[in-house]
Write a protein that binds this ligand. Sequence first.
Ligand SMILES: [Mg+2]
Length: 279
Amino acid sequence: VTETALIALIRRLAGRNRLATGRLDLGIGDDCAVWSPAPGRQVLVTTDQLIEGIHYIRRGTTGRQAGARLLGRGLSDIAAMGGDPRLVFLNLALPQADGWTTAFLRGFAAEARRFGVAWAGGDVSTVRGPAVASVTVLGEVPRGQALTRSGARPGDRIFVTGRLGAMPARITPRLGVGRALRNVATACIDLSDGLSTDLHHLCKESGVGAVIRAEAIPCAGTLDQALNRGEDYELLFTGARAPSRIAGVLATEIGVITKGHRVWLDGKPLRPSGWEHSF
Ligand SMILES: [Mg+2]
């Protein structure tokens, strides 16, 4: 497959993606995308990458699943900030392009359509080495209402959405929940590395500790999987209170934010044992 043919396919796939709201003035075919976010809104930007051999790009997944998954990870970050995703960019470095690659692109495009996100550009290159796919998602949020990791305060309750540890084949980014949590949650993070690790991330950014109860954690499998397996793409958030369902999704109270910096599970220190790259 030549670069020209690959780009022609991408243009065909991306051309079917239209922005649900807001205005995309120019997209693929120009040197830059030009976008006008709605007045009174701030822009959110997140990037994520898949690297063959480090992340499973091919092993055990179809091209369509992998394409959808890469975008789903970016969308989950937008959800964690309480934002609405708008534009997506895809960069690919490939040792070869084949049927798996075109399935990957189709899966990516279908997921963009599913969430009303415009595929607005990117870059393709050949590479001598493993395939790399990287995504950039732009979103928007009403000014001053972005959820962050740093707002948790002692006494806040800790909640998670969904059930943890299942590592679902298909990511359902919790965009509706994130939106509903604006002006409600004091802090929020999406669970990508695993509850044990991501709770530490949130506590560190907020300068607080936490106490959680094992029996309260909504486990899809074992407790260890719920704590450490990662790739849940549910939301972990803090606040005074939360209804048991938010935007149709189960929300469960699992503990409380405390002073200090330690994280406890049933009276024992909880070590961050989820996913972490080591160099
Ligand atoms: Mg994240």
